[in-house]
Design a binder for this molecule. Structure first.
Ligand code: UD2
Length: 354
């Protein structure tokens, strides 16, 4: 082979290598952006640090497949509930009895084999509420679906053994006690965030975070599923927003200005897809810690931070007060069924401080 031929072959190889290198760089660039956009989220708390959390895509969220064989009542767009509002101004459904067909919804979600995690905290004397909470959850909470309940407690021996149906299980997570109820309540966001990162990510689809001093009385099921799910507080849903007990100090990251606010949401029940609840918990925890550094504790601890979060990050599904009533309140006529309700308790008896 002549010297010229050698030179030509050498150049061709170099060009091919260069093209391959460029293709490699292009591929990794496109893949990184694809992953960020579809599978993951970059979580950047206010302190500037960043933690990578990847979640698998959830097909049933985008594609609702109904059985061809199921027979059900014809839906109407001119008849239905007229005594309550069933959609928010940002077009999220507000779930009330009579606005959905439970059999139809279950038939859509059951073949998808979805899994739901539930967290409940029972620290100190609050373990006494666990038995009723767990037993009634077996009767009403996502019956027939895969459910994993996580009980966070400093008294694991007091966790009542409940007979659970197939596909349902309970895990006890030991946590330290505290002599301040405000701290117990507020620390939940951090523990929920950690649970999602360490145990649930890519194993469960949805999560609901619930107060323990409550009981289920009626169905809580697939109608409650959504990306970000909030429950309207039973105490304020008829009030003007000026009466909502938001955090009103400017210095707090939970601050909500007068004249702002949609609904007042409960700290005692919220949920959604793992990635959405992770984002919520991470933000609330970070903001709570930023406040603590300035010596501020928001008016209603994590409930205030949750309300601030939901004001900006609108829930995609809103559950009516049927989903968290309070036993001491008489039932209002628009509340046709109470599904979950806080029991009457004597704070002085059960809290570690007043
Ligand atoms: C409201 C909220 C609650 C929370 C709190 C403000 C509702 C129905 N309840 O309830 O979610 O936002 O205001 O902080 O929206 N806990 C223990 N041990 C304790 C104290 C609390 O385990 O010693 C846990 C337990 O899971 C309890 C939850 O924290 O259900 C909330 O505490 P709470 O029920 O005493 O708060 P409460 O009734 O003021």
């Amino acid at each position: 082979m002549s010297f010229k031929m050698h030179l030509l072959t050498g150049r061709t190889v170099a060009v091919i290598l260069l093209v391959l290198l460029l293709l490699g760089v292009l591929y990794s660039y496109i893949w990184r952006h694809y992953r960020d956009g579809i599978f993951g989220q970059e979580v950047r708390p206010a302190d500037g640090s960043s933690s990578r959390v990847d979640f698998t895509i959830v097909n049933h969220w985008f594609h609702l497949v109904a059985s061809d064989y199921l027979e059900y009542q014809q839906p109407s767009i001119v008849q239905g509930r007229t005594d309550v509002v069933t959609v928010t101004p940002w077009l999220a459904p507000i779930v009330w009895e009579g606005t959905y067909n439970p059999q139809l919804l279950d038939s859509i979600y059951r073949p998808q084999n979805i899994s739901i995690a539930a967290t409940v905290f029972a620290v100190g004397k609050y373990t006494k509420f666990l038995r009723d909470f767990l037993e009634t959850a077996e009767q009403h909470f996502f019956v027939g679906f895969k459910v994993h309940v996580y009980v966070f407690t400093d008294r694991p021996k007091e966790v009542h053994q409940v007979k659970m149906a197939a596909g349902r299980q309970l895990t006890v997570v030991p946590v330290p006690g505290s002599n301040r109820w405000q701290e117990i309540s507020a620390r939940r966001m951090e523990l929920i965030q950690t649970l999602i990162e360490e145990k649930l990510q890519n194993h469960m689809d949805y999560i609901f975070c619930l107060d323990v001093d409550s009981k289920f009385h009626g169905r809580w099921g697939t109608e409650s599923l959504g990306a970000l799910v909030a429950v309207i507080h039973p105490g304020y849903y008829k009030d003007d927003r000026s009466k909502f007990p938001y955090e009103r100090r400017h210095e707090s990251t939970a601050y909500v200005a007068p004249g702002k606010g949609d609904f007042y949401y409960c700290g005692g029940a919220f949920g959604g897809l793992l990635q959405e609840v992770h984002r919520l918990a991470n933000t609330c925890r970070t903001n709570f810690e930023a406040d603590a550094k300035k010596g501020i504790e928001a008016a209603w601890q994590e409930e205030s931070h949750l309300n601030r979060y939901m004001l900006i990050n609108k829930p995609t599904k809103v559950l009516s007060p049927e989903y968290l009533w309070q036993d001491f309140k008489p039932r209002n006529p628009e509340v046709r069924i109470i599904r979950f309700s806080g029991v009457i308790k004597n704070y002085a008896d059960i809290r570690p401080n007043v």
